[in-house]
Ligand binder design. Structure first.
Ligand SMILES: N[C@@H](CCC(=O)N[C@@H](CS)C(=O)NCC(=O)O)C(=O)O
Length: 206
């Protein structure tokens, strides 16, 4: 069994790193520096997007944080990171809402681009206000995004919620705060954050 994580400590790779830790499987981390290393032909052969993260599991390459989380949950069923297949409605919705509408809305906001009101029907996320309200409606009072058990949805979309609070795009309501405390007290989150924080100075954007 081989599991390799290609990441940068100052990147969305932290999501994949947390997920890898949650599987409990042994893995190797290969830090990839921004700039020439990420744009090299060798790395482009691994991910033609020239971005991190990537995982390589027994020779199979998976890119895209959301796909990595979904893939690892299925590849390591013993880690119990996905609901049963017939109980995955909230699980898929939470992950794909985070990867689609929420990512788009926050990217557009960070770039300072305004979607004209008469064009919001064309935008998958509609508008930021609607997307934020919908995301907040997914945050449970108790338990987790996909039900009573922690799952890959809490890694992927939970990480997005954590960053949203950190960078001010999501309000720190009591529910959000309590939810983040539940997921961020996990050993996998703490360990992956410690490893990335320690590597940040050497491999971060500088
Ligand atoms: N959709 C991708 C986004 C990955 C991404 O944008 N990664 C950034 C770091 S957070 C990156 O590698 N940027 C380097 C570059 O584009 O040169 C995912 O979810 O994995």
């Amino acid at each position: 069994m081989s599991l390799i994580l290609y990441s940068n400590p100052m990147s969305r790779g932290r999501i994949a790193h947390w997920m890898v830790e949650e599987t409990g499987a042994p893995y190797e981390t290969r830090w990839v520096r921004y700039g020439p290393e990420m744009n090299s032909p060798d790395y482009a052969a691994i991910n033609p997007m020239r971005k991190v993260p990537v995982i390589e599991h027994n020779g199979t390459i998976v890119t895209e944080c959301a796909a990595i989380c979904l893939y690892l949950a299925d590849a390591f069923p013993e880690a119990d990171l996905a609901p049963l297949p017939d109980q995955r409605a909230a699980y898929y919705r939470a992950i794909l809402f985070g990867a689609g509408p929420w990512e788009q809305a926050t990217t557009i906001q960070a770039l300072g681009v305004d979607v004209p009101v008469d064009k919001s029907a064309m935008a998958g996320f509609g508008d930021l206000d609607r997307t934020l309200k919908t995301l907040l409606s997914l945050v449970p009072k108790e338990g987790y995004l996909a039900g009573p058990k922690f799952s890959a949805a809490d890694v992927y979309t939970g990480a997005q919620i954590g960053w949203g609070v950190q960078f001010g795009s999501i309000p720190k309501t009591p529910e959000v705060e309590a939810y983040l405390a539940r997921i961020q007290s996990r050993r996998g989150f703490i360990r992956s954050s410690e490893i990335s924080n320690a590597a940040g100075a050497e491999y971060g954007p500088g």
